[in-house]
Design a protein around this ligand. Structure first.
Ligand SMILES: Cc1ncc(COP(=O)(O)O)c(C=O)c1O
Length: 479
């Protein structure tokens, strides 16, 4: 008899559940005090990391001991759930979504075909309709799919665009985006069978936005050369700088040139819930498809992305499929089968972890949290603008602020010295382990970025971050 049978009785289930809940609540309560990062030392690599490569034993162990080991593993990481995580695009993970997911996984309903759990499929559909119609302003007839993330959403959108505009003949299809597009855009195009040489990089204007005139010229030149432009991908909140491409102009261009218009709003999309975001993100209403990422700006746990499309039939046409082993399934009613809108068949009811937080906290709670992020980013920008050692190339469109060490003069040598100083500055800031920032390259210059997205990041941590950044920046010897 195993100590922990596969089917524990009520007493055992409660005991096991409490052990996990205690750990999770302790960890969550302590997030603000925990280090923002945990550097991987050679000892950790040879000790802890290697120990987790061990294969499972024949006989089971104690849950308490296993949880203690899990804590050790979880501690050896960037504290992505904490308030100091200002790197990349943070994804903080709501407690209520974790509870929803525990319920979801325990009930284990089938999410691939709507007739298997019709009310839960409707619940998921309500989340998608909210995103398509309320958040993005798409018309009736729009719909979409919850995915594992933004990359998967963009892949499905690219496949739908390709199917809709190119049919079976892919050889001459061309795609247009900028150097600041997330790499998932080019990856999706390649996975969708588009030649790497046919993925065009449209030049950007000095404010880092796609240049619509340059895009128009490229599309026309390609068409004149016998190619088949079929997809224009704009970004609403680039990963590097949070910049929003000129969506209304690009929507016009796509319509005039008869190409599919996709917006990658993995980072920016949910800022439309705020009035500032709604103004800055006008043009979503004109898109053929939009990538959203609830695991970024809706604070959901990782593994929660979304694609919304203007015409659900186009998504369906590109992904439909079935088999004789499914002949006993009832035909779908008012809710579409998610498996006929994307590549996956069996999966959980993904919408549950979004639905519960939306209904428990209400949409206004998310709106207010996102508004707070815009305020905090504006505050970071204003404060760092006053530090003479730093230069800030642009005002944030959303909640990402970029800055770097100001070069002594306009020469290449001074730029290189400043880049080296920026690199050291990032190390010193992150060395405090209260915040984690990341870096990128903007127009050839090494650039630091502060990305405020976590629902746990508030004024207190931003004040602390600014103290650290300004103190370290003022330590930089001026040339
Ligand atoms: C603008 C943008 N698009 C797409 C993605 C990819 O999303 P995911 O990591 O969820 O696949 C990211 C990720 O940071 C992003 O910032």
């Amino acid at each position: 008899m195993h100590r922990f049978p596969l089917e524990p009785d009520r007493t055992a289930m409660m005991k096991m559940g409490r052990l996990v809940l205690d750990r999770v609540v302790d960890r969550t309560e302590n997030l603000a005090a925990r280090p923002a990062s945990s550097p991987l030392s050679p000892q950790t690599e040879t000790g802890l990391v290697q120990s987790f490569l061990a294969l499972p034993p024949a006989q089971g162990g104690e849950l308490k001991d296993l949880l203690a080991r899990l804590d050790e593993a979880a501690d050896c990481a960037l504290e992505t759930a904490g308030p100091g995580h200002l790197a990349y695009i943070p994804g903080s993970g709501l407690y209520s979504a974790a509870l929803a997911e525990f319920y979801n996984r325990a009930v284990n309903r089938y999410g691939g075909l709507a007739s298997v759990a019709p009310a839960l499929a409707a619940l998921e559909e309500s989340v998608i309709r909210w995103m398509a119609r309320e958040v993005c302003g798409l018309p009736v007839g729009s719909g979409g799919l919850l995915t594992s993330g933004g990359s998967m959403a963009t892949l499905c959108a690219t496949v739908a665009a390709r199917h809709n505009r190119l049919g079976e003949d892919l050889a001459d299809g061309t795609v247009y985006t900028t150097a600041f597009a997330h790499h998932s855009v080019a990856k999706a195009a390649r996975l969708a069978g588009i030649r790497a040489a046919h993925i065009r990089t449209v030049p950007h204007t000095p404010d880092l936005r796609m240049d619509p005139r340059a895009a128009a010229a490229m599309i026309r030149a390609d068409r004149a050369a016998g190619l088949r432009p079929f997809l224009l991908v704009a970004t609403a909140g680039t990963t590097d700088t949070g910049t929003i491409d000129p969506l209304p102009q690009l929507a016009d261009l796509a319509r005039r040139e008869d190409v599919w218009f996709h917006i990658d709003a993995a980072y920016g999309g949910f800022f439309r819930l705020t009035s500032r975001g709604d103004e800055r993100l006008a043009g979503f209403e004109e898109a053929d498809s939009i990538t959203l990422d609830p695991h970024k700006t809706l604070f959901m746990p990782f593994g929660t992305g979304a694609l919304v499309v203007r015409d659900l039939a186009a998504l369906h046409a590109a992904h439909d499929g079935t088999g004789s082993y499914l002949q006993d399934m009832q035909a779908a009613g008012s809710v579409p089968d998610s498996s006929r809108l994307g590549p996956e068949l069996t999966h959980e009811i993904r919408g549950l972890r979004v639905w519960l937080p939306l209904h428990l906290h209400g949409v206004d709670a998310f709106r207010e949290a996102l508004d707070e992020k815009l305020d905090l980013a504006a505050h970071v920008h204003d404060t760092l603008s006053g530090v003479t050692q730093l230069e800030l190339p642009q005002r944030p469109d959303l909640s990402t602020v970029i800055f770097r060490v100001r070069p002594a003069d306009g020469s290449q040598a001074a730029a290189e010295l400043a880049d080296e100083a920026s690199r050291r500055l990032l190390e010193r800031i992150n060395g405090h382990r209260r915040v984690v920032l990341s870096s990128t390259v903007v127009d050839g210059r090494y650039t630091l970025r502060v990305c405020v997205v976590s629902h746990r990041t508030h004024h207190d941590r931003i004040t602390e971050a600014l103290k650290i950044i300004t103190a370290e920046a003022r330590n930089i010897p001026t040339a």
